[in-house]
Design a protein around this ligand. Structure first.
Ligand SMILES: [Fe+2]
Ligand SMILES: [Fe+2]
Length: 174
């Protein structure tokens, strides 16, 4: 793998770990504000982001590349409502979508077909990530601060369970 691409993979790994940390901070916010369902949803999202990072790590290892880890920034935000949290989620996921897109473009430009193919899973995953958050934002806007509606949304978010994503190109025991 070209060094430039390997470095960009490492940067993406650090971004995925930051994403995990951000969702963990959001889960903390919800747990402390009486919304256990949203706390669950964001905690599951934290687990997903860890898996995104780990699968990228395994991929680099498979390619005999080493990962450069950086310090993870403080993820705590000054959120004052569930709507603000999920608006921050959308904004963050849009940045990640852009970052994954740039990584895939770099893989293509450096002629790394294998890396380009591997990254397609992440490209598609981002469509789902943004779609889920947009759905949730629509519901929260409909609720318009109504406590009963908010609690109903919260009970739906309580049902989300983590299933480890299967990323093609990463062995089960990688
Ligand atoms: Fe991710
Ligand atoms: Fe994400």
């Amino acid at each position: 793998m070209k060094q430039e691409l390997s470095r960009a993979f490492s940067d993406q790994i650090n971004k995925e770990y930051f994403s995990a940390f951000l969702y963990l901070a959001m889960s903390n916010y919800f747990a402390n504000n009486g919304l256990k369902g949203a706390a669950n949803w964001t905690y599951v999202q934290y687990q997903e982001e860890l898996a995104h990072a780990q699968n990228l790590v395994h991929y680099l290892h498979t390619r005999s590349e080493s990962v450069t880890y950086a310090a993870i920034a403080d993820p705590s935000g000054a959120w004052s409502s569930p709507l603000e949290v999920f608006e921050a989620v959308l904004e963050h996921e849009q940045l990640i979508t852009e970052s994954i897109g740039n990584l895939a473009t770099l893989a293509m430009q450096t002629g790394d077909h294998a890396a380009y193919i591997f990254l397609q899973w992440y490209v598609t995953e981002q469509v789902e990530e943004e779609g889920n958050v947009n759905d949730l934002l629509d519901k929260l806007k409909l609720a318009n601060g109504n406590t009963n509606a908010l609690l109903m949304i919260d009970s739906q978010l309580a049902t989300r369970a983590f299933t480890a994503p299967v990323v093609p190109g990463v062995g089960a025991n990688a």
